[in-house]
Design a protein around this ligand. Structure first.
Ligand SMILES: Nc1ncnc2c1ncn2[C@@H]1O[C@H](COP(=O)(O)OP(=O)(O)OP(=O)(O)O)[C@@H](O)[C@H]1O
Length: 265
């Protein structure tokens, strides 16, 4: 049974150059509670404060919030990249996180070598790795660039390779940041179906995005993060009604009712 539970998660980042008095004064003056001292008396920014939620098989959670509200920090904490300062996480299920295109990629290795490395890392045998290679070659359309070190790729080419590798496997718990939804228009058109298949296969999805339309379409629940805290939580339309300016919300409502007659999933 796949599940993911976060209980009272808090994450703080120390401000290492905070000995400077005027920085401290500015920061503390404007911070409205976002900055604090930790138990070692260091000035810290509180990126997440007391976040709790429970997800079971079939749940699709979207994270919204303005820049710096804590979305990426929460995704990284769920993925085990950041240790929470307090609180706990428990989960059951194979987790894949797609947080940035370069994640898990060695720039000095060729495209082919990176694909094989990913296969080994995922515990695949020879036959599965050969299938992964063929799939990524076909989907990424990188051709002979796969023979070159990834360092020689354009940023769009890195996205293509990362995207093709990431979406070739189907995890039980999928943690996604929105880079995966950004690519050149032609590629995204083709990529959309592949992401949707991946999302459809995952038992649990956590997705952070500024694209309200995608969140309304893919998620069953939203959390609105504000200064590291949960400001609102509920069905996508309930939360978006509070989060978005009225005009933008009306557009989402219109699209949503159009999709209801022509569902994606
Ligand atoms: N590695 C880090 N070191 C120090 N502070 C950090 C670090 N990562 C994030 N922060 C701080 O934590 C807070 C939350 O940042 P986070 O990147 O999680 O926000 P976000 O909601 O993902 O923003 P965006 O929409 O811009 O991607 C911000 O105040 C940020 O400055």
């Amino acid at each position: 049974m796949t599940y993911l539970t976060a209980f009272g998660l808090s994450v703080a980042f120390p401000l290492y150059h905070s000995d400077n008095r005027s920085l401290k004064k500015t920061v503390l003056g404007r911070a409205s509670g976002r900055f604090a001292k930790d138990d070692r008396q260091r000035l810290v920014v509180q990126a997440l404060r007391d976040i709790s939620f429970t997800m079971r098989s079939g749940d699709r959670l979207g994270l919204v919030g303005s820049n710096g509200s804590g979305k990426t920090t929460l995704l990284r904490t769920l993925s085990g990249i950041y240790q929470p300062a307090s609180g706990s996480l428990s989960m059951e299920g194979r987790l894949t996180s797609l947080l940035d295109p370069g994640q898990g990629m060695n720039l000095d290795l060729t495209g082919w070598e990176n694909i094989r490395l990913r296969g080994y890392f995922l515990g695949m045998g020879k036959a599965d790795i050969a299938r992964l290679e063929a799939d990524v070659e076909d989907f990424s359309e990188l051709g002979q660039f796969l023979d070159l070190p990834v360092r020689n790729y354009s940023s769009g080419m890195v996205v293509r390779l990362a995207f093709a590798m990431a979406t070739a496997v189907h995890p039980e718990i999928l943690i996604m940041d929105e880079w995966i939804l950004a690519g050149d228009a032609g590629f995204m058109d083709k990529a959309k179906h592949r992401v949707e298949a991946m999302v459809r296969h995952a038992d649990i999805l956590v997705l952070a995005s500024h694209q309200a339309g995608i969140l309304a379409q893919w998620c069953s629940r939203l959390i609105w993060l504000d200064q590291g805290r949960v400001r609102a939580e509920g069905s996508p339309m309930e939360v978006l009604a509070q989060y978005l300016p009225p005009q933008q919300f009306e557009e989402i409502e219109k699209t949503k009712s159009l999709l209801a007659t022509n569902p994606v999933f």
